[in-house]
Each structure stands twice: as C-alpha cells, then as structure tokens.
Design a protein around this ligand. Structure first.
Ligand code: NBG
Length: 852
C-alpha cells in the first residue's frame, strides 16, 4: 500500500521564509526551496526543514543550544502538521458524506508515546531518521524523550487506544471521547523494595500532539434539585436547577491510520470554572470564594483514579464520569444540529460504545438531553437511546461492578436519579410480564440494588439502555451470560455477543520489533501490517533451519536491548542467552504474581538443597503497578523485590536464576519487553481475567505461553495448537466447584512437602533479613484463605514449568514453537476486532479519504 499523497505543491514565494542564519545544515543536503512543502511534504528534506522551522518559530531554540527534547518537540510539531493536513480532509469528507460515526466513550485511553507510532502510520520512519541524522540527531534518542500520556490503568485503556488505531486504519469514521487528566497513572519507583507512587506530570514539558479547541465547550450541571411543572398546554416538564455548573473544553489529538489518509479524532475534555473571574464576587469582596470555585471545578479532570483501590474517594469519580459523558453527548447533538439533522436521527448518525460501565451514566444523560432539553417524548427518546448504545463488559470481578450509593447519586445527579427510576419502573414491568410472580428475579435485575445500603447498579443501567452487550473473549462472554448477566440474557438473548479483544500490529509489532518487521517484510511483503492473517504464509518457514536461526538471532538482539534497559533502570545484569520468563501487568491477587514467586522460591530451594541440580538458567522479569491502596498487591511487589535481592546476591544460585522487577511498567518500556521474551506468564485463576491483551502482544512477538484456561488464553491455545501452549491449572468450572465445596488451602500445604518448605522459607525471614513479620499477611492469607486458589494450582504449575525446562533444552524445537506463535496470532489483531464491532454492532462502513 502506498500513501495517496499529492505531490508537494510549489511554495508560494510570498510565504517562503527568508533564509535563516541559524540554519547551518540545509546546504549539506542541497536543500532547494522548491523541493519543500514544510507543512505537508513527506520527503526527508521537507521534514528536515520543517523541524528546523519549528525549532526556530514554535520553540525559539537555536540549533546549537537545542536539546534532544527540543528536537523531539520540533519533530513532533512537524509530524503533527502532516497529521493535521489529513485530519482536515478527513473531517471535511465525513461531514460532506454525512457518515455514521463510531463514538467510543472511555474514561481511559492509554495511548503511549505518539511520535514513533505516527511515523510508522505515515510511512515516514526512515525519512525521519535521515532528516534527524542530517540535523545531527539520533531518532531513537529523540523518540525516548517523549513523556507518554498515561491516561489509563492497564488493559482497558490500552485496548481503547488500539481500537482507535484500528478504526483509523480501517478507514472508519470514529471519535474517541474521554477525559484530559492533568495527572495520568502515577509513576512507580521502587524504594527499599517497596512501590512508591509519584505524580505523573505528563504535561510538564508541553504536549505537542493535542490541539486545544477553546471554541468547543459545553456546560455541565451538578447537584441542586429539580422542579416539575405543567405548562398551559398540559405538557409536563422538568427543570433541573443545579447547584454548580462547570465548563468542559475540548482538546483534540489526531489519530492517524496506517497507510491511509484517514486521520480520526480523540477528543478529551478538560474542566474549568464557568467564569474564571467572578467580578461580582470580586467587587463584593468575595474574590477568594470565586478563586475557590474555580479551583474546585478544575479538580474534576485533575487526576486519573487507579483502579482496584478500595480506599478511593467516590464522589469525584462519579462527577468525572458524568462530566465527560455529558460533554461528549452534547458534542454529538451539536454536530447533528450543525449538519441540520433532526435529533430523531441520532442513532443513525452516532453509534456510541460504552467502554465498561464508567460512561454508563450516558444512558440517563441522553434521555435527559432528549426529553428535557429537546422535548422528545419518552418512548421515542428511549428507542433512540437503546438504538444508540452498545456496552462492553470488561470484568467479572464483583467489586468492579460499579454501584453508586443512592444518597451520593441523588446529591450530584438528582435529575438522573428520577430518570433512572422511570427507566427502572418500565423495565421491571417488562420483566414482570415475562416472568410473572418471580419477585426474586425482579430484585436481582432492578437498576436499584437494595442489599445493604441502596445503590444504583451501573452495569444494569448499561445493559437495559443498550441494544448490544458484549464480553471481551469467548470464555468471558460465556461466563457473563451464565452468571453476572444471566437474568438479562434470559430476557434478551439476542442482545449478547462476544467480541474477542485484539491489539494493534502497528505499535506492538512494526514499531516495537523492527527486526522482526524487517524479516516479515522481506519474506512476506508488508501486507501483514494491515492483514495479520497474512502471517500464516510464514508457517512453512518454521521447518527451515536457516530461518529458525535467523529468528533466534533476532530474539537475541531484542533481549540484548532489554538487558541494557534493565541494567540501567533496575541495576540488574542479565544474560540474553538465558530463558526470559516474564510477567508484566497490573499487580493483583487474581493475576497471581505470587504463584510465579512460589515457583521461583521452589527452584531456589531445590538449588540450595542440591547445588548440582541441572536447570535451564532463567531470568524472571516482573513489572506492573499496584493500586496505591491495595496493601496485598504492594506486599506482592515487596516479595518479588525481596526474593530478587536474595537470589541475585547469592553466587550459589545466581548463575542459574535471576529475578528483576522493572519499575514503572508503561507503554514505552512494554515495547521493549514484549519482543524480548521467551516465556509469557498468563496464570490468572481461571474465570477471572476477562481477556488479557498482554498475552496477545507476547504471542505475536514469538513468546510461548504458560497459562490457565482463562480469558483469551483459551483462544490463543486454540490458535497456536495445544502442543505449542503450556497449559496448567484448574478450569473455571473446577475453580467454582472447589469454592462451592469449601476449598481448604491448608489441605494443599499438608499434602505437599515442597510447598510447605517454600512457604516456610518465605515466612522464616530468608528473603527479608530475618524479618518474620513482613510477609506474614501474605503467607497467612494463602494458608488460611487463598481466595484465588494459588495453592490449588501450585503443583501443576511447577510440573508444567519442568516441561518447559525440557523444551528449552531443545532450541530448535523451542524456536519452531516460537515461530508458530507469531504466525498463528493473526486473529489477535485489533483490526479483526474492530471490523466485528463496525460490521456487526455499529454499522459503520469505511470511508476513503483523498488528499486533493
Ligand atoms: C480489563 C480486564 C482484562 C481485559 C481488559 C480489556 C478492566 C475493568 N478490565 O482482562 O481485566 O483484557 O479489560 O478488555 O480493566
């Protein structure tokens, strides 16, 4: 595929900048003004001149004193100009054709660094490398200067970012709507082995990708009360008299598709006070009150909440959710008005997807906007609403099912509570008609939970208000309809479907693994980048010894990159010849990083007992953040770092085992990690990981998986073949049965001497300088409660690891399996997933963009 770019037009002499004495390098490339269109040209010469121009005019830097960061900013601005050019054509075309737009509502978009990705998608990576080299800069170094926007916690936010990439690449009109958090997910440091959280001031150095749109803003009401009235014609209507009004302003980030001209929008909302200075208040001496109001409004978009945090303050979170949802829906209505479309056509123009329940207040908000503000009758408004929304569920964990206490909800969103009551009354009447006399069912399905303190059930609101509901892997979707949403499935089976997650091959293959990319391009051509099933054609090469040795060399080089990074950032030396056994993801008990640690301690224990034992040398690599208020997760990190310190410092074992915790796992270092891994740990308790997406990134980069039958692991195993996947552990059904029958972890301890020894070792202070207290909560929890069945799966896990050891001893076999993992991973492209969403749920066809 080639970019459909127009030839660079000749520059207008009137606009041509005068020669700049600070530009010293232009002569060296024989720059002729006629070659250059500084804003849109796609040649190295044009880009180089654009960088110089931005350095000069946008940043005010002399080349001599310019830092790598300055060059990063200048190149980013230059690239943004090229995106902007495509964005303008894209918006105009979508507008002219009145296309339907996929609107992806998500409280999180974990974009990761933009520059490298945009260069790949524009097809100007090598052009940029040349341009920067001419300027005396190393592109890789410049790329590392980018402060990544960490506007998400983990998988859910990253999935949203992958989907934006696929939407643009598949040429589907789409807009992502979210929150412009001033502070993203915290930065993690490890001090004395413990996680320490630092605020993520990602906007500190400026964000060259966003374009502030101060002219696009909406007002959002909060609190107060409602008034119900009948006008002289007998029409009943409700007025909401809010206590506070805040203003949401748009900040747009262009999202460029790969090898197409489509450039979509990510629109993030930032909150501010309605008037920055209330002069009235000032004059009456209430200046400080006015400033206080302003500050209070601005806190709404101040910080991203870490998930899994039991201590989190709830009120601001609900306000955040409502704030961005209201701005987004008002924006959609505004676009409709602008195009002269009646509101009753809303669902034909906007397919709105709710990314988990975080934006689910949208159901009530759209009803309010239609009924109260646009005077649409209730029934029609409800038809529009249900035709508009789809809801994706991302978890079965009961604590993640959002439920807002009624008094809190009433206080912040009094009108929405009334609307929810009305939706609920009508909904329960429908349930009653279908299942007469089934009061228990009514109580289970109600939008208002009455167990304990009354609360609003956001997942129920999302399901009732959507025409389509989906889970994110085959197993998860099945479990969803069999458990958490079973009653809803009984009522409306046709609404439910599965959409297995995917990841973008642009970022996680082409960009993250340039060596593999070159090999694939050379062997297959570059079609695989947009059609990942193409990788299949590589399958015969798995039997080609020459190809296998090339494959190994590539992996080794990737491992060396990671070794260098780890040495600098974690102070541990690793040998790239060892097996790299890796678990990177959020730290959570259900993900069972501690099961992984039990295996490491088992090996340590065996080696101490028998120093001559033959085992494959392994580097265990961990990374991931724990929620600041999740004490057990933080203790798991402490256990990893403690075990690491003891093992790495013990010459008797450190020639065969090393352990490292890579601090601050994020998109940037993830791109280094995935391509360098031999063994991917996907070891959650079956039935708990909705899908997982890291598992897919590892697979595509040729890692073998050790995993349970959980989430998308099931489909990964199906795709790669059981013989190429290391399976262990209880199934979801077995987990459920074990719990039902009264699982006793102590029984596992009593019947397994090695497990007992391992737990004793941890409890004895061996890894904590004799401190027998520090890990007691963790060990006690495993022995007496073990909510995620770590001990139940221990023996099988360790046995599976032994099989892995044996395969590793046979490099040819391992390499063959590694190749098959990559070539059979085509299904896990986010392009496949987005095509399913667009074609089966949203009805959003592709639209070609021409640059004329
Ligand atoms: C997460 C799941 C993962 C899944 C991602 C993306 C939440 C609430 N859920 O298993 O835990 O891969 O969503 O779907 O973050």
């Amino acid at each position: 595929m080639s970019l459909d770019t127009a030839p660079d037009p000749a520059p207008d002499p009137a606009l041509d900048p005068a020669p700049d004495p600070t530009r010293t390098t232009t002569d060296t490339v024989g720059l002729r003004p006629a070659d250059v269109d500084m804003r849109t040209g796609m040649t190295a010469v044009a880009l180089q001149q654009a960088v110089q121009d931005h350095l000069h005019y946008s940043l005010g830097r002399l080349p001599l004193g310019a830092s790598a960061h300055d060059y990063y900013m200048a190149l980013a601005f230059a690239v943004r100009d090229r995106l902007q050019h495509r964005w303008m054509y894209t918006s105009q075309t979508y507008f002219d054709l009145n296309t339907k737009v996929a609107c992806y509502l998500s409280a999180e978009f974990l974009l990761g660094p933009q520059l490298g990705n945009n260069l790949v998608n524009l097809g100007i990576e090598s052009v940029a490398r040349t341009a920067m080299a001419e300027l005396g800069q190393d592109l890789e170094e410049v790329l590392w200067c980018e402060e990544e926007p960490g506007l998400g916690n983990g998988g859910l936010g990253r999935l949203a970012a992958c989907y934006l990439d696929s939407l643009a690449t598949l040429q589907r009109p789409a807009i992502g709507y979210g929150i412009r958090y001033e502070f993203g997910i915290f930065d993690q440091e490890i001090r004395d082995g413990w996680q320490v959280e630092l605020t993520d001031k990602w906007l500190r150095g400026g964000n060259p990708w966003e374009i502030a749109k101060p002219e696009i803003y909406y007002y959002v009401s909060l609190g107060g009360h409602t008034e119900h009235q009948c006008d002289e014609l007998g029409h009943y209507w409700v007025r909401w008299i809010p206590h506070q009004v805040v203003k949401g302003t748009a900040f747009d980030t262009p999202i460029q598709g790969y090898a197409v001209n489509n450039c979509n929008t990510l629109r993030l909302w930032s909150a501010e006070a309605v008037e920055s200075f209330d002069f009235q208040a000032f004059n009456t001496g209430d200046y400080y009150q006015a400033v206080a109001d302003k500050m209070r409004s601005e806190t709404i978009t101040k910080v991203l909440y870490p998930n899994d945090d039991p201590t989190v303050g709830k009120q601001l979170r609900l306000i955040q959710q409502y704030f961005f949802v209201s701005c987004s829906l008002q924006d959609m209505l505004h676009l409709l008005d602008y195009e002269g479309e009646p509101v009753r056509r809303f669902a034909e123009r906007c397919a709105v997807q709710l990314n988990d329940t975080h934006p689910s207040i949208a159901v009530a908000e759209l009803m309010r906007l239609l009924v109260d503000e646009r005077y649409v009758g209730w029934d029609e408004a409800w038809d529009i609403t249900r035709a508009t929304f789809g809801y994706t569920n991302h978890t079965l964990m009961p604590e993640a099912f959002e439920a807002w206490p009624l008094p809190l909800f009433q206080q912040i969103l009094p009108r929405h509570l009334e609307i929810i009551y009305e939706i609920n009354a009508r909904f329960l009447a429908e349930v009653r008609a279908r299942f007469p006399g089934d009061e228990a069912r009514l109580a289970r399905m109600s939008l208002i939970g009455e167990k304990g303190a009354k609360h609003v059930r956001m997942a129920h609101l999302a399901v009732v208000g959507s025409h389509a509901v989906n889970g994110v892997s085959a197993l998860h979707s099945k479990l969803l309809t069999a458990s958490a949403l079973k009653d809803f499935h009984d009522l409306w089976p046709e609404r439910f479907s599965n959409k297995t997650n995917g990841v973008t091959p642009r970022r996680f293959l082409a960009l993250a693994n340039p060596g593999l990319r070159a090999l694939l391009d050379r062997t297959l051509g570059d079609g695989w980048v947009v059609d990942l099933e193409e990788l299949r054609r590589l399958e015969p090469f798995a039997d080609d010894a020459g190809f296998r040795s090339e494959w190994r060399a590539l992996k080794l080089a990737n491992k060396q990159r990671l070794v260098d990074y780890i040495h600098t950032h974690a102070g541990v030396e690793l040998d790239p010849g060892w097996m790299f056994d890796t678990q990177v993801k959020r730290i959570h008990e259900y993900k069972r990083q501690h099961l992984n640690v039990l295996h490491i301690v088992t090996l340590y224990h065996r080696l101490k007992q028998n120093p001559a034992l033959e085992i494959a040398p392994r580097a265990f690599i961990f990374g991931g953040k724990a929620a600041p208020g999740y004490a057990m997760a933080k203790l798991i990190i402490r256990l990893i770092t403690a075990v690491a310190q003891t093992i790495n410092g013990d010459p008797q074992v450190n020639t065969r085992l090393r352990v490292v915790f890579v601090p601050n796992f994020n998109v940037q270092n993830a791109q280094l990690i995935y391509p360098a891994v031999d063994l991917s740990e996907q070891i959650s308790t079956a039935g708990h990981e909705a899908s997982g997406t890291g598992n897919m990134k590892f697979m595509l980069n040729g890692a073998l998986t050790i995993g349970t039958l959980d989430g998308a692991n099931v489909e990964i195993r199906e795709a790669v073949g059981a013989e190429n996947f290391f399976l262990f552990g209880l199934t979801a059904a077995e987990v459920e049965r074990a719990r039902y029958e009264g699982y006793r972890p102590m029984h596992q301890v009593e019947s397994n001497a090695e497990l007992r020894a391992v737990l004793e070792l941890i409890g004895s202070g061996r890894f904590s300088h004799g401190d027998t207290e520090v890990f007691r909560p963790l060990v006690d929890n495993l022995i007496h409660s073990d909510p995620f069945l770590v001990l139940a799966d221990y023996a099988d896990y360790v046995a599976c690891q032994e099989r892995i050891d044996a395969v590793w001893q046979d490099p040819e076999r391992w390499t063959r399996m590694s190749i098959l993992n990559t070539v059979r991973g085509g299904k896990f492209s986010s392009d496949r997933a987005i095509r399913e969403y667009c074609d089966e749920l949203w009805n959003v066809p592709p639209v070609q963009i021409r640059l004329d």
